[in-house]
Design a protein around this ligand. Structure first.
Ligand code: HEC
Ligand code: HEC
Length: 367
């Protein structure tokens, strides 16, 4: 776990900070090349076409999909995984601030999308699960999510439904009994197919210069120059992603400030104040935001991040150069236009397919 706001000392961020210091912090207009390969610069990458993990058979994936949509896996038969992770209309989340489980129980946290979860090295807002297989057991047995009393009960229910026996045998081999670990394995296999390499950003990085408009390109440059890439880095826009992610958890908020006071989000301390860095893919489609769904406007999230994660307040801060010398940098808050440009860039991380299917956050369901 990375408890310190590592941006000041981590050697891999020094190059970035240097880049940051050599760029004007506002009024940045220079377009950046499609895949920025220049020495010492941040490298933009498209999402791989396959998620990391074992090659799963078609039968395993089909079984996983069936289980993902199985309402009998909730105590009162009312909810499947898909009830909270609405793959199309809500881009893999539920559009609510906080999840509603069996019997309408209100959970403590926002439902993250399952799209691209297969790229995350650690799962849940606090990173407490490290594989999709381990994660899937969580909601099934969580009393305020699906609320099953035991793994044995999950097995009993699935065994009683015709059709699962042949599906299990197709996935795991003839005579394989229906077991809980097989269920979570198949669900994980299905989740590894839920990936979105089809965003305007991906098309841009793969070589289409017109995939982003001018505002989005400026937002992309600012996303780097402001330092968002210190945490939301790599093809999945999270340092908690595989391959390549190094520091999955960060303090949030790392700096006390007005944002913290405005969003009384912080009674839930995650893991000793640290939270898993979420992916920003499809983030424009999955509001409301943050671990408790407390923030309803993406502009506000960007401001909170700039202030609480990057100390973009009215003060001057010092940064280290690679040669160890200290330099003063202007850490003024982001301007209105800067915030809008970054938001425009975040929209470019939405899958083309999900953008068409999504109905956006559900305003009637905010809590
Ligand atoms: C009642 C709503 C609800 C149901 C039903 C539900 N989930 Fe979730 N899911 C959540 C919430 C809330 C979280 C975040 C919890 C946390 O971080 O503490 C989550 C987190 C996840 C994550 C982690 C995503 C990430 O980025 O870390 C995955 C994957 C996931 N759920 C898959 C599933 C699967 C598979 C099922 C069915 C077995 C399921 N969920 C059922 C609400 C739900
Ligand atoms: C020091 C690490 C760090 C930096 C730098 C950082 N973030 Fe974050 N970001 C996080 C963490 C951790 C969270 C999860 C917060 C939580 O648990 O609610 C997050 C959450 C977000 C979210 C909400 C995601 C969701 O699904 O609700 C957005 C949007 C976001 N960041 C954008 C940005 C932008 C834009 C910047 C640059 C201005 C930035 N972040 C800089 C660590 C960081």
């Amino acid at each position: 776990m990375d408890r310190k706001p590592a941006r000041r000392h981590a050697p891999d961020s020094l190059v970035l900070l240097l880049a940051l210091l050599t760029l004007p912090l506002s009024g940045l207009t220079a377009p950046i090349p499609a895949a920025t390969q220049a020495e010492g610069r941040y490298i933009w990458e498209a999402l791989p076409e396959r998620a990391p993990g074992p090659g799963d058979s078609a039968a395993m994936i089909a079984l996983g999909k069936k289980l993902f949509e199985e309402r009998q896996l909730s105590r009162d038969g009312s909810l499947s995984c898909r009830s909270c992770h609405d793959l199309d209309r809500k881009a893999g989340g539920d559009g609510r601030a906080r999840a509603r489980g069996v019997g309408g129980a209100l959970g403590p946290r926002n439902t993250p999308t399952v799209w691209n979860a297969a790229f995350m090295r650690v799962l849940f807002w606090d990173g407490r699960a490290s594989t999709l297989e381990a994660q899937a057991a969580g909601p099934l047995l969580n009393p305020i999510e699906m609320g099953l009393p035991s793994t044995a009960e999950a097995e009993r229910r699935i065994r009683a439904i015709p059709g699962y026996r042949p599906a299990f045998e197709a996935a795991f081999g003839k005579g394989t009994p229906i077991r809980f670990d097989g269920m979570t394995r198949a669900i994980a296999a299905y989740e590894r197919t839920l990936i979105t390499p089809d965003s305007p950003y991906d098309r841009f990085v793969r070589g289409d210069p017109n995939a982003l408009d001018a505002t989005q390109k400026r937002g992309m440059a600012l996303f780097e120059a402001t330092g968002c890439v210190l945490c939301h880095r790599g093809p999945n826009f999270s340092d908690a992603s595989a391959p390549g992610g190094r520091h999955p958890l960060r303090l949030f908020p790392a700096h006390a400030g007005p944002a913290e006071a405005r969003h009384p989000s912080l009674r839930d301390k995650g893991r000793a104040g640290a939270w898993r860095i979420p992916s920003l893919r499809n983030v424009a489609l999955t509001g409301p935001w943050l671990h408790n769904g407390a923030v309803k406007r993406l502009e506000d999230v960007v401001r909170i991040m700039a202030e609480s994660q990057l100390a973009r307040s009215a003060t001057l801060h010092t940064w280290y150069r690679p040669d160890g010398t200290l330099v003063k940098a202007d850490r003024r808050p982001l301007g209105k236009q800067d915030v809008q440009d970054i938001v425009a860039f975040l929209h470019a991380l939405s899958s083309d397919r999900l953008s068409k299917a999504s109905t956006g956050p559900d305003p009637g369901r905010h809590h």
